[in-house]
Design a protein. Structure first.
Length: 406
């Protein structure tokens, strides 16, 4: 815009200058040829010359301002308290634009929007001692807009180690697809049905959060904290949950298919009927967890800690349990068909009706196990390195196999 104005001024000035030259030349020629050239005509020529001295005033009213008006910032904050939803919505978009234009104000605006959400979308509080099941209702448009503005901000413009405070809010059914909420604190929040598809949620605190049926497909959740969180029927397929903590969490019927759970901590978690199919659980801590009826087909549990876990009726077909520790675990009716249990520790486990068909038991410690019968290991594959209970002898066909056979 500025370039166009300057070019216009240039051409106007050039035109005025050329006109003055032409008028003067005409006057000089006429005076030379006709000395009787009237004074009136001379005055008209001079007036024409004077009229070329154009005074140009340029208005910058339509030019975009380089910095937002401070009054707009304060006005938007005031409008957040309006009774009209459309006014609050406009204020949110205004604040988001100011945050983009003035990075120094971004974190202040994020805190303002977070406070707006906490104030207007709190979790249900009951004065009764009985827990009341609150119905999941559609999320208000302005709350969704405020969360979207926060989630799509450029975090590189903010000071380091800032903690986004979204504790004890009710944003069930919110859509935060691909949003960036790294390090946020959602303690005690109601996030039922929230969509975190592909979201950046590194080190987020979900302690005590209700995440039933939440969608976290392909989300980055490494180092996230789910202490005593409710994740029943949540979808965490292909999510990155390395080093995540699920201490005492409820993941019954949750889907963690093909998720990365390397070194995750599930101590005392409820994992009944949880789907860990093809999941990476290397060196994960599943001590004292309830995994009854769990699906761990094809899962990688190499070096995992399953001490004292309840794995009754769980399916481990084709799973990798090399060097896994299942000390005193309940494995009755569990299915380890085609699983790799090489060098695993099953000391003191309950193996009633456990299936080991084609399972690799090379170097596996089965000493002091309970309810293991010869017919169970006859369908398995082992060798002289397999440690059996004193009352069982090595099947004759094991002599034909070695660790290189698998």
């Amino acid at each position: 815009m500025l370039v166009v104005v300057l070019l216009g001024l240039f051409f106007i000035s050039l035109n005025a200058y050329s006109t003055r030259i032409i008028v003067r030349e005409i006057g000089e020629k006429l005076n030379a040829k006709n000395s009787n050239f009237s004074t009136k005509k001379q005055l008209l020529l001079e007036r024409l010359i004077e009229n070329q001295d154009i005074k140009i005033e340029v208005s910058y009213g339509d030019m975009p301002e380089e910095k937002p008006n401070a009054d707009g910032f304060h006005q938007a904050i005031e409008q957040l308290g309006s009774n009209k939803a459309e006014t609050r919505l406009g204020a949110i978009y205004t604040l988001e634009q100011i945050a983009k234009d003035v990075p120094a104000k971004q974190w202040t605006i994020v805190e303002i929007l977070a406070a707006f959400i906490r104030e207007n979308a709190p979790v249900f509080n009951s004065n009764s001692d009985e827990e009341i099941e609150e119905e999941v209702s559609p999320l208000a448009t302005d709350i969704q807009a405020a969360l979207t503005a926060i989630a799509r901000r450029d975090v590189s413009k903010e000071p380091e180690k800032q903690k986004l405070d979204l504790r004890y809010i009710n944003i069930s059914n919110c859509d935060l697809t691909e949003g960036n909420l790294e390090g946020a604190d959602f303690t005690g929040a109601d996030l039922r049905g929230v969509i975190f598809y592909g979201a950046k949620l590194k080190a987020v605190d979900f302690s005590g959060v209700n995440l039933q049926e939440a969608v976290m497909y392909e989300a980055d959740l490494h180092e996230a904290l789910f202490y005593e969180a409710n994740l029943q029927m949540a979808i965490l397929r292909k999510a990155n949950l390395t080093n995540a903590v699920f201490y005492g969490a409820d993941l019954q019927s949750a889907t963690l298919y093909d998720a990365n759970l390397s070194e995750a901590i599930f101590y005392q978690a409820k994992l009944q009927a949880t789907n860990f199919c093809d999941a990476n659980l290397t060196r994960a801590n599943l001590e004292a967890c309830n995994l009854t009826n769990g699906n761990l087909i094809g899962a990688n549990l190499q070096g995992a800690n399953l001490i004292g876990a309840n794995l009754q009726n769980a399916t481990f077909s084709t799973a990798n349990l090399q060097e896994a520790i299942l000390l005193e675990a309940v494995l009755s009716k569990a299915n380890f068909s085609d699983a790799n249990l090489s060098k695993a520790n099953l000391v003191g486990t309950n193996l009633a009706d456990t299936i080991f068909q084609n399972a690799n038991l090379n170097g596996t410690d089965l000493s002091r196990v309970e309810n293991l019968e010869l017919q169970q290991i006859e369908t398995a594959l082992g060798d002289s390195t397999t440690i059996l209970p004193d009352d069982l002898t090595m099947p004759s066909h094991w002599a034909n196999f070695s660790s290189e056979s698998f």
